[in-house]
Design a protein around this ligand. Structure first.
Ligand SMILES: [Zn+2]
Length: 980
């Protein structure tokens, strides 16, 4: 697209210099052309107050080619003096792409809302002309297997370094994106020697706007909140309103999405980054408007999979950045927060790929000036200026250190592929078959990030095997068809960071955290401490040292079989279709089948039919219950959902399992789902659920507004989901109505922090209690957990039973009885004498108990992976095995005993921790508590998840239980009125 005029910039600078801009242009849509009619209202204030314009030139002394259009010529205001809209940004960059021989612009993807994502390559025309050669050379360094010394030297001598410049992944942290316009203009138009040298030594790969949907959301809010009077209050519209601008369309924090790539934005970026293999990886953010500016070196702890030279380079880049800021007298700091532990951030992803990861955190002023406590007034343009100066400083350092940075990059990648280094002979092995669609998703996210996967074409044996549930074996044989992810490979950093079990922080970090907790009650953990994908996806996987393995590297994820499988004799089904319920895709099949009016049953036991084994949770669709043409519909739905539906010729079971016409097959009811939205629901927690239900399961869902909840007719829904949030006050006035709805057949599902909101007396729904409210009853709950545990492993002492045992058995049984009485007696069987003795101490003890619990709550996990014990008799756990790794964070601990059912209970203390930081105090509080509870309430049910089960799209294992709750809940745990 063409700019409307190139003469505007001159006009702009003239206006800026006389300080008259504010009255001329509002800076929003359609304002550039024409003269407003005489009776048009005064223009609202957007962006900086131009009477107090910040008019420092961004790069003083630089000469610019006047034939290159300035950003101002499109924005009609000085760049950075107001927020640029995404469509304006696209127009500016496309113009540069069309007119400048330094700039190449391509669209690398689209957001959910259809906005284009741009990758902008800026370098010298000479480098553009040989860009393919440059990319090949850098790719050679990225995978140095077989690279000779002379070849390496030639590449280091002649190849520019690659810089990835990413701006404003959090849409409401806006200044980065506006700065990208200034930086790109500087590079596209600058004619000074320093710019020319930078362009010669560096290929800049820029994403000017990482989150267009989020940016547009906050921009609209800011515009709609604009007034005539300048407001310097930092509390006004800095972060906007729910659902804010931070996340993408589904409100995902894309700075936590680099590991699994739920967002299409992330997946597009993986492609671009792997096409260029950057050595510098910048991610520009904002923090509180009252703060200054943070850049790296990052804080401790740093993940051990990060490159050995990362810290050295972060320091070198920081020195130059600091000097650049000192020239302006700007405040800044390093190392105070933003640690290098999480593998899922943008800059971590860059570092784990061998680049120098760099974070900018500018004080966010929200697109307009604000006043700080000191009285200092900061304009938006100054914030943008800070981002631009950081960017050009880092690029300049990279240009200066180009050869040394490339040499270190190569050394790091050489180490990555070295099988002789410690752990270099290890491999992560995935045994497929348990859950084909989940395994395909897992393999896909590895391949899409350049991680090599080998498909074993023959059986092989391996030594020193360890499973995600911490089971060890000296040797194990794997069948052909297993997938291997070798530790030694170009992407070794990502492999270790994503797949290693239980990577531990260094002792000093752990000690420092303990000091901070004990002395100040503050955790220094910035985010979760564990995330390994083998556990999060609940895969059948093993870390081991494999012997020789035959088999090629996987090119693409094998296509999953889908559609209808005819019965053995090839005829149309006589009786029914069955779908394997272990596969996550079966839930999507059920959703679509019910939507099309098919009658779908869920098996509560495994069965054998049509020569296949069907685990519990498998789906059955009987011909006699469905319309004549139902084969065609089943075929269509199976294709859409990516599952196989097996045609079964007979209703008779082929094995010991139940026959297909009997009571082990429960009719599902079509879920009609409402999800609580708007404040005080957490926007990201809402988004994780929204994306799962809408994008993954394709299940229609209604967003119910928490702010005007009473006006809704709940009878329209049979499932109500409460995402995480402090919802109690919003829902308490409607507690009676909600409880009545549950009693009449509703399925109410609360996740994470919203659980506490429905445990209140006003609801009268639940017997589950928060541990902090049940300190005097801990023995009784411990006893209930112990009974449940022993019920999992039932044995009968027959000699004792029939009274012909020896005395040794009697002694044992006496012990058991005593134990029963002591524990059960917390309420009932303690002797009166005991009670009298205890009475005096009780008040004092209450205080002690609370004090002690308060102290222990300090040590709540920031985010660990713990072992859940699964009750396989419960319908809600179909798709899970006997144990399940679950996410856990915070101090909320649920206690449950009969009649509450506990489909997932936390393991006992010694077996509890699987990965991440879990202090002994937290272990004591969480062990044996409830992670997932189901309570029947009248005709309906209450389902509580102690932690958000769909957290960030990472935990496929627990997300499955949530999907079960929503899709199967109305049919299995609740009664729906029968039609007649
Ligand atoms: Zn941010």
């Amino acid at each position: 697209m063409r700019p409307e005029s190139n003469s505007v910039p001159l006009l702009m600078s003239a206006l800026l210099s006389i300080g008259a801009l504010g009255a001329v242009l509002p800076g929003t849509a359609c304002a550039q052309t024409g003269t407003p009619p005489a009776d048009a209202p005064e223009v609202l204030r957007f962006g900086d107050d131009l009477e107090r314009a910040y008019d420092e030139p961004f790069f003083p002394g630089t000469e610019y080619d006047e034939s290159v259009a300035t950003p101002e010529s499109f924005l009609a205001r000085p760049v950075g003096s107001r927020l640029a809209r995404h469509d304006e940004i696209v127009r500016v960059f496309e113009h540069w792409g069309e007119t400048s021989d330094r700039v190449d612009v391509a669209e690398y993807g689209r957001t959910h809302e259809g906005r284009p994502l741009l990758r902008v390559v800026i370098t010298s025309p000479e480098n553009h002309a040989r860009l393919a050669t440059i990319k090949r050379a850098i790719a050679r360094l990225a995978d140095p297997r077989g690279l000779t010394e002379p070849e390496a030297r030639a590449i280091l001598d002649s190849t520019p370094a690659i810089a990835w410049m990413g701006y404003s992944i959090h849409g409401d942290e806006t200044s980065g994106t506006d700065a990208s316009l200034a930086v790109a203009y500087h590079l596209a138009a600058g004619t000074s020697a320093d710019v020319l040298e930078l362009l010669r030594e560096v290929v800049v790969v820029m994403d000017p706007c990482l989150n267009p949907d989020g940016r547009q959301r906050i921009l609209t809010q800011i515009e709609q909140s604009a007034g005539y009077v300048a407001n310097l209050d930092h509390a006004s519209m800095q972060r906007g309103r729910w659902p804010y601008g931070r996340g993408n369309h589904y409100l995902f924090d894309m700075n936590r999405d680099w590991m699994v790539g739920v967002a299409p934005e992330t997946r597009g970026r993986w492609r671009v980054a792997l096409e260029f293999h950057p050595q510098l990886f910048v991610d520009a953010h904002e923090m509180s408007g009252l703060d200054t500016y943070l850049f790296y070196p990052q804080a401790d702890p740093v993940h051990p999979a990060m490159p050995a030279t990362l810290m050295k380079w972060q320091k070198a880049f920081a020195a130059a950045n600091a000097a650049a800021f000192d020239r302006y007298g700007w405040g800044y700091y390093t190392r105070e927060w933003a640690d290098g532990w999480g593998a899922f951030y943008s800059d971590s992803w860059g570092s784990l790929n061998g680049a120098i990861g760099m974070l900018y955190e500018q004080a966010g002023v929200g697109g307009q000036p604000l006043k700080r406590a000191s009285g200092e007034i900061v304009s938006y343009r100054e914030a943008v200026h800070g981002q631009a100066v950081s960017s050009v400083s880092n690029l300049t350092t990279l240009a200066r250190e180009r050869r040394a940075v490339l040499a270190d990059y190569l050394a790091g990648r050489r180490r990555n592929v070295d099988r002789a280094r410690p752990g270099g002979d290890r491999a992560f092995v995935l045994v497929p078959g348990r859950n084909p669609s989940r395994e395909a998703r897992f393999l896909d996210l590895l391949l899409a990030q350049g991680i090599e996967v080998q498909l074993a074409s023959a059986a092989f044996t391996a030594r020193e095997c360890e499973s995600p549930l911490a089971e060890a074996a000296d040797t194990r044989t794997f069948e052909a068809g297993a997938y291997l992810v070798h530790a030694a490979q170009p992407q070794a950093g990502l492999v270790a960071a994503y797949l290693d079990f239980d990577t531990r922080m260094d002792d000093e970090t752990v000690l420092e955290e303990r000091r901070s907790l004990e002395r100040k009650g503050e955790s220094k953990m910035y985010d979760v401490t564990a995330w390994d994908l083998g556990r999060a996806f609940d895969l059948d996987c093993t870390w081991c040292t494999p012997g020789p393995v035959d088999g090629a590297v996987l090119e693409t994820v094998p296509e999953l079989a889908r559609g209808v499988v005819p019965s053995a004799d090839g005829s149309a089904p006589v009786y029914a279709f069955a779908v394997d319920g272990a596969d996550d895709a079966s839930v999507r099949f059920a959703v679509r089948a019910m939507e099309l009016g098919l009658a779908v049953h869920l098996a509560d036991e495994a069965f054998q039919a049509g020569g296949q084994e069907f685990p519990r949770g498998s789906l059955l669709l009987r011909r006699h219950e469905n319309a004549e043409a139902f084969e065609v519909t089943v075929h269509k739905v199976a294709d859409e959902a990516g599952v196989r539906a097996f045609a079964l010729a007979t209703g008779r079971s082929e094995g010991e399992g139940p026959d297909l016409g009997g009571g082990h097959f429960h009719l599902l009811a079509r879920p009609r789902v409402a999800v609580l939205s708007n404040a005080p629901v957490r926007s990201d927690g809402f988004g994780h659920i929204w994306q799962l239900l809408d994008e993954r399961l394709r299940l229609p869902m209604t967003m119910l507004d928490a702010q005007r909840f009473g006006g809704q007719d709940l009878r329209r829904y049979n499932v109500l989901v409460l995402p995480p949030g402090s919802i109690r006050r919003a829902l308490a006035p409607h507690a009676k109505g909600i409880a009545a709805w549950v009693r009449s057949g509703g399925t109410l599902i609360a996740c994470g922090s919203s659980v506490a909101g429905v445990l209140g007396e006003e609801f009268g729904l639940s017997s589950v209690v928060l541990r902090r409210d049940a300190l005097e009853d801990l023995d009784a709950f411990a006893y209930a957990a112990e009974r449940e545990r022993s019920a999992r492993d039932v044995s009968v002492d027959f000699s004792e039973l029939w009274g012909d045992g020896a005395s040794a058995t009697e002694t044992e049984s006496d012990g058991d009885v005593d134990d029963d009485e002591a524990s059960a007696g917390a309420d009932a069987s303690a002797t009166e004498a005991d009670e009298a003795d205890e009475e005096d101490e009780e008040d004092e003890e209450d205080g002690d108990l609370e004090q002690r619990d308060g102290w222990m709550r300090r040590f709540a996990p920031a985010g660990a992976i713990l072992r859940g014990i699964v009750n396989e008799d419960e319908w809600i756990t179909v798709g899970a095995g006997p144990e399940l790794p679950v996410p856990y964070s915070g101090s909320r601990v649920l206690l449950a005993r009969e009649p509450v059912r506990t489909p997932v209970r936390m393991a006992s203390p010694a077996a509890l921790r699987l990965a991440g930081l879990l202090w002994p105090e937290a272990r004591e509080r969480i062990a044996d508590s409830a992670w997932l509870t189901v309570e029947s309430v009248g005709h309906g049910q209450l389902i509580l998840f102690a932690a958000p089960p769909a957290f960030r799209g990472w935990f496929a294992g627990t997300a499955r239980l949530f999907a079960n709750a929503v899709v199967y809940g109305p049919g299995l745990g609740a009664d729906q009125p029968l039609g007649w």
